[in-house]
Design a protein around this ligand. Sequence first.
Ligand code: PLP
Length: 230
Amino acid sequence: MTDESSAAITEGPSAGLDAVEREIVAACAQARRDRASVTLVAVSKTFGADAIVPIIAAGQRVFGENRVQEAKAKWPGLMSGYADLSVHLIGPLQSNKAKEAVALFDAIHSVDRPSVCQALAKEIKSQSRHPELFVQLNTGEEPQKAGVSPAEADGFIAACRETYGLAISGVMCIPPVDEAPAPHFALTAKIAARNGLKNLSMGMSADFALAIQFGATHVRVGSAIFGHRG
Ligand SMILES: *Cc1c(COP(=O)(O)O)cnc(C)c1O
């Protein structure tokens, strides 16, 4: 293999995806992790079918959206030709949207309050659909941000399981924009470990390789794949 082919720079709509994939492979190698242990969630919020179709064509199968209504308008059409596409909700969920969320999403990364747990439990039962559930942590304890504070995390996860009968698969965090993410990734991993949770949803365009070093199993990457959001 020549240098030229191994370092081939792709252009066109999947150039960002290709670059992200190479960085995930490198981060996994560095962390001595299997590439298959990291799911790339391509965050397609605000982008339309014209931007998403080429990314599907390039082989990406897991996507993330932050609004229930937007996802509902976009994805049923996009999914029709593909049996193996999945869409994850990464943005806030209100209990009055739980029915639509359970019907549409294969994973929900934003479980953070009892009213949502109760609504999800009811819909999971009545629809017999079981999206993978992540508890969102507010590791920076930012007042404007969704998520459970680190001090309340163990109690909340226990209530999800015992009071609402929810199978929690992991925890998710969004570090404060103005802080180094590493301590937030470390804290998220620690909270997961002590609660017996194996999945960690953490890392975005700017820091997904670092998140993989801290054990991320789901990286949520938007602008590095799709470009800037308008
Ligand atoms: C938008 C968003 C992302 C992706 O952010 P980028 O910086 O564009 O990669 C990840 N997670 C959540 C919760 C988001 O809302």
